[in-house]
Ligand binder design. Structure first.
Ligand SMILES: [Zn+2]
Ligand SMILES: [Zn+2]
Length: 126
């Protein structure tokens, strides 16, 4: 079974993911823009039992407009978000796609929140 490791910029916070992601979601919402610093966020969803976390994580919990909180786990040393849990999707862990630093990682299976999509993004990017 394939095993991939996502890590923060400094490397102390890691999550090992076994098997392929259940889905990969590209999100154009403002919260993902602010979290990532990029024009959109991309989350790879894994079953909680398929991931193993290591290192020290801080948590930032925010409400979402679905009415369910999202709990972001980030490195207290370098600030990178590595994974998060959406209370709307119990049993699933969202891992920041960029944290894998793997050009061969599977691409998005869906794109959501197009109303705040950056206008300059090329067609095909959500
Ligand atoms: Zn770090
Ligand atoms: Zn979002």
């Amino acid at each position: 079974m394939i095993e991939r490791t996502a890590s923060c910029a400094c490397g102390q916070l890691r999550v090992v993911c076994r098997g392929e992601p259940k889905s990969v979601s590209l999100c154009h919402c403002r919260e993902c823009q602010r979290r990532s610093g990029g024009p959109f966020g991309v989350a790879a969803f894994f079953a909680a039992e398929a991931v193993t976390m290591a290192g020290e994580a801080s948590v930032y919990r925010r409400p979402s407009d679905t009415g369910f909180d999202v709990a972001h786990r980030f490195c207290p040393a370098c600030g990178s978000t590595v994974w998060w849990e959406a209370m709307r999707k119990p049993g699933l862990v969202a891992v920041a796609l960029g944290a894998f630093a793997d050009p061969d990682f599977p691409g998005p299976t869906q794109a959501v929140r197009g109303e705040t999509r950056h206008r300059w993004l090329p067609q095909g990017l959500g």
